[in-house]
Design a protein around this ligand. Structure first.
Ligand code: DGT
Ligand code: CA
Ligand code: CA
Ligand code: ZN
Length: 580
């Protein structure tokens, strides 16, 4: 996630430095210098990397020599020694206290030094116990204001949503740990996570177990080290908060009722409402416990979800499309399309190696791809302009081709390694390698990494120019969003998608959980305008190649079929399909 160093990233870093320096008690002029630099960086519309290369960083208002020096160090080394030293002295986690009203730098320093408080949780505890008021400058009034502030913060956290990837990792831990537990018959995520929505409000987990095991299972769950706090606990359900803030609901049902329960708690709410209407038309009532025949009031238990849909006269509906739109009618008619599946994916068309900012050699990446059953991969190290990510000069790129040729001989066609690059689209829409070089690549992936906050009109032209370039095959992570870091770029997407459709440029669905870019909505929009897609992992390490399923889920939520996804085809048809 942090591999994108741009103006926003630097501004956030300098803001953090300013707060840490304040806590340290550094002089206000120095603190303000960082704040001013951060503010101006946020306003800067020129590309930071360009400015750095031209030696013009000090042209940014508020950026003097010392700060320019720090930006240079970050761009060149990816880290800042000054920051490492500062946080060794003043821990980064103190920054969370800064969000609490009434907690300025002086008070943060005081509670940390006197009471060892370094988190909002500890602060809340001290305020509840009345120990805060004993500190100089606090008193009962401030103490209660701090408590109110923490309450408000918690409410805000409740309404904010978490990226799917975060919930996914937790759900894996829970499913694995509870799955081993005595008495557990089934365990599955439910809710929005099972539907693979790109963000989740909370994490729902469903367990099937016999009644006498429920107490122990609830205890095993609340005892997990990932659980921070138990909010609510009953005989068959519990609500907790995980470390990191996400909330979770666990429910336990009898194995004979698993099907109706899993169906109910997977939702969506809208899907469930429509399903209950269908049930009523058949004189059945549907709940999380059972289907009930309304005529003789007899329960019909469903131990599998398939049975629920079958008894309602419809085909089973994949969770990713249970949003209460057209899926129910299509399932009743037996006309649901077969959505693309992770097993359909033959090639992975974006990955990085140690040649640029990847962590593994091409050979290691290729071996992993082979183990995952791929039949081809495209190596897409960064192009020369992206200095911070170790972009390849033309000479280095050509050296890489030799290595790829040699590896292809070793793999003997069992896996084909294609030559590619993730070519920077410069601010003016031109590409970072000349045509003579692009022509020699098997597949060209174009990407925008910097200056995505350019003027909307200019940015749209920049996208269209890149997409319409006859040698560009794929547009990588089109919107540029990064969860928690950057929003989708503000551009005229209708025009961009039309340009992609008419030039035959494929749009990437980036499977990395920090991106999931395009969004489901934009995939639909692009699809309706005639675009085709690829799903790529953008892996920078071997295990990230496993993230393909995130991208596939995103495509499924947008109802894409195998034929809509160019890398869900064997190499030969993929190559025939890409424009030349
Ligand atoms: P989220 O957590 O906001 O990402 O979305 P969901 O879909 O996970 O919603 P959540 O956690 O409130 O509830 C999980 C599922 O349980 C939901 O998809 C459907 C079912 N459910 C929960 N409450 C209700 C309700 O009041 N009515 C109906 N029909 N279903 C509900
Ligand atoms: Ca949920
Ligand atoms: Ca829930
Ligand atoms: Zn990229």
């Amino acid at each position: 996630m942090r591999r994108e160093i741009d103006a926003d990233f630097l501004a956030n870093l300098f803001d953090r430095i300013a707060i840490l320096l304040e806590i340290k008690g550094e002089n206000p002029f120095k603190v303000n210098a960082y704040r001013r630099a951060a503010e101006n960086l946020r306003r800067e519309t020129r590309d930071i990397v360009e400015l750095y290369k031209e030696g013009k960083l000090t042209e940014i208002p508020g950026v003097g020599k010392a700060i320019a020096q720090k930006i240079t160090e970050i761009l060149e080394n990816g880290k800042l020694e000054f920051y490492d030293k500062l946080t060794a002295e003043i821990p980064e986690r103190l920054l969370s206290l800064y969000e609490v009203p009434e907690m300025g730098p002086k008070r943060i320093k005081l509670v940390w030094e006197k009471l060892g408080i370094d988190s909002v949780e500890k602060l809340e505890k001290a305020a509840l116990e009345g120990t805060l008021r004993s500190l100089p400058g606090f008193g009962p009034k401030i103490e209660s204001k701090i408590l109110e502030g923490i309450m408000a913060l918690k409410e805000r956290r409740l309404v904010s949503r978490y990226p799917l990837g975060e919930g996914w990792d937790l759900s894996r831990i829970i499913v694995n740990r509870l799955g081993e537990f005595e008495g557990v018959v089934f365990v599955s995520p439910a809710g929005s996570l099972r539907r693979m929505k790109e963000t989740i409000g909370d994490l729902d987990i469903l367990v099937a177990a016999e009644k006498d095991a429920t107490n122990k299972i609830i205890k095993a769950f609340t005892d997990l080290e990932i659980v921070e706090e138990v909010l609510l606990s009953g005989p068959t359900k519990t609500s907790i908060r995980f470390k990191g803030g996400l909330q979770g609901d666990l429910r336990i049902v009898e194995p004979s009722r698993w099907g109706t329960a899993l169906q109910y708690f997977t939702g969506s709410q809208q899907h469930n409402i429509s399903l209950r209407e269908i049930a009523l038309k058949k004189n059945l009532s549907l709940s999380e416990y059972a289907l009930t025949d309304k005529i003789n009031n007899k329960e019909i238990l469903c131990s599998s979800e398939e049975e629920v849909y079958e008894k309602l006269g419809m085909s089973w509906i994949p969770p990713e499309i249970r949003e209460g739109t057209i899926e129910i009618n299509l399932a009743l008619e037996g006309k649901l399309p077969r959505l693309v599946e992770v097993g359909d994916i033959e090639g992975d068309l974006q990955m990085h190696s140690t040649w640029s900012d990847g962590k593994r050699s091409i050979k290691e990446m290729a071996e992993k791809a082979y183990a995952l059953g791929r039949s081809y991969i495209l190596i897409t190290d960064h192009s020369q302009g992206l200095g911070i990510a170790g972009g390849l000069s033309i000479g280095r790129l050509m050296d890489q081709w030799h290595e790829i040729d040699e590896l292809n001989e070793i793999f003997e066609g069992k896996l084909v390694i294609l030559k590619g690059a993730e070519v920077e689209v410069r601010t003016d829409g031109t590409l970072d390698y000349p045509d003579e070089v692009l022509e020699r690549l098997d597949v060209v992936v174009a990407a925008l990494h910097s200056n995505l906050r350019q003027d909307r009109g200019q940015l749209t032209e920049r996208y269209i120019k890149a997409i319409s370039h006859p040698l560009v095959h794929i547009l990588a992570h089109p919107s540029g969003r990064l969860f928690g870091v950057r929003e989708e770029a503000n551009a005229d997407w209708e025009r961009i998608f039309k340009a992609a459709a008419s030039s035959g440029t494929l749009l990437e669905i980036n499977a990395h959980p920090s991106r999931l870019d395009l969004s489901e909505k934009k995939i639909r929009q692009a699809f309706n305008l005639g675009c085709k897609f690829v799903i790529s992992t953008d892996a920078h390490d071997i295990h990230e190649q496993e993230y393909m399923f995130f991208g596939v889920a995103q495509a499924r939520r947008a109802w894409l079929k195998r034929s809509d996804v160019a890398n869900a085809q064997p190499l030969k048809s993929f190559l025939e399909q890409i424009k030349r």
